[in-house]
Design a protein around this ligand. Structure first.
Ligand code: DGL
Length: 264
C-alpha cells in the first residue's frame, strides 16, 4: 500500500518545506496539516506547543503517513526533543538540517540565528551548532514582526526593511557570515534580509536539507515511492479559504481543495 509523507506546521509557513519536498521527491504523496486555528506557536509556552504537536501528530497518524516532517521551527526546537521517543514513526525536524548546513557554510565561524521568540529562547540551534563545532560564535535574535509581515504580503516594503535593519543590527555587529532563517516564513523575506546583511552573508533556508534528510530516511527504510500520480492533500484546523489565499505565496502555485479537519 502506498503511504504519504505527513507534514505539519502551526499554519501556512510549512508550505515552504512542502515546496522543496515536491521538488526533490516528485513521486511522493503528501498530507499537510496547518494548525491555523491556533497559530502562532512562536509566542506560546513549551507545554502548550507540546500538547498541540501531539494532537497534530495523532491526526497525521490516523491518515497512516509513513514519516512525519515537522516543518515548524518552534515545534522542532521545543517539542520534538520531548516527543520523538514516544512515537514509532520516523520524524524529521528542521533544526539539525539547518544547523548542519550553516556549520558547513561559515568560513569565519560566526553564525547568526533568527526565529520566533520560542525558538530563540530554546537555544536549540546553538546546541546543535556547538555540538558540531564548539568554536563557532553564535548571535541570536527573535524577530516576531516578520511573521505578520509575510502573511500580509509585505515582502519588500520600506517598513520591512527598517524593522529588519533593527532586528539584524546585532548580527552585523558580530560580523556573522552566515545567517540561519530559523522560521518557516523567513525564506520569503530573503531579498530584504540580503539587502540588510549584504552580499557576503550566506542565508540558510533549511527546507532543502530537510527534504534531503526525508529522502535519505525513506530510502534507508525502503519506503521511497515513485507514484505517477502522487496526491497532495491539505488540511487545516480553521479558515480553509484564508489558507488557500496565502498558499500560493509559500508554495509557488495555488492550492484548491483545502479541507477543514473534523477533529479540531
Ligand atoms: N511556523 C512557525 C515557525 O517556524 C512560525 C509561525 C508561528 O509562530 O507559529 O517557528
Amino acid at each position: 500500500m502506498s503511504r504519504a509523507i505527513g507534514v505539519f506546521d502551526s499554519g501556512v509557513g510549512g508550505l515552504t518545506v512542502v515546496r522543496e519536498l515536491i521538488r526533490q521527491l516528485p513521486g511522493e504523496s503528501i498530507i499537510y496539516f496547518g494548525d491555523t486555528a491556533r497559530v502562532p506557536y512562536g509566542i506560546k509556552s513549551k507545554e502548550t506547543v507540546i500538547r498541540f504537536s501531539i494532537e497534530n501528530i495523532l491526526f497525521l497518524l490516523k491518515q497512516e503517513v509513513k514519516l512525519i516532517c515537522i516543518a515548524c521551527n518552534t515545534v522542532s526546537s521545543i517539542a520534538l526533543p520531548v516527543i520523538r521517543g514516544h512515537f514509532r514513526v520516523p520524524m524529521v525536524g528542521v533544526i539539525s538540517p539547518g544547523a548542519r548546513e550553516a556549520v558547513y557554510a561559515t568560513k569565519n565561524k560566526r553564525i547568526g540565528v533568527i526565529g520566533t521568540k520560542a525558538t530563540i529562547a530554546s537555544g536549540a540551534y546553538e546546541r546543535e551548532i556547538k555540538a558540531l563545532d564548539e568554536r563557532i560564535r553564535i548571535t541570536s535574535s527573535a524577530c516576531p514582526l516578520f511573521v505578520p509581515f509575510v502573511e500580509e504580503g509585505w515582502l519588500n516594503q520600506k517598513a520591512v526593511l527598517e524593522v529588519a535593519g533593527v532586528y539584524l543590527e546585532p548580527m552585523k555587529k558580530a560580523k556573522v557570515d552566515t545567517l540561519i532563517l530559523g522560521c518557516t516564513h523567513y525564506p520569503l523575506l530573503k531579498s530584504v534580509l540580503k539587502k540588510v546583511m549584504g552580499p557576503g552573508v550566506t542565508l540558510i533556508d533549511s527546507a532543502k536539507q530537510v527534504a534531503t534528510e526525508v529522502k535519505q530516511i525513506l530510502s534507508a527504510d525502503g519506503l521511497l515511492e515513485a507514484n505517477l500520480k502522487p496526491t497532495r492533500s491539505f488540511y487545516v484546523s480553521d479558515g480553509p479559504a484564508w489558507f488557500s489565499g496565502l498558499a500560493r505565496r509559500f508554495l509557488g502555485h495555488p492550492v484548491n481543495n483545502v479541507i477543514k479537519a473534523e477533529s479540531f
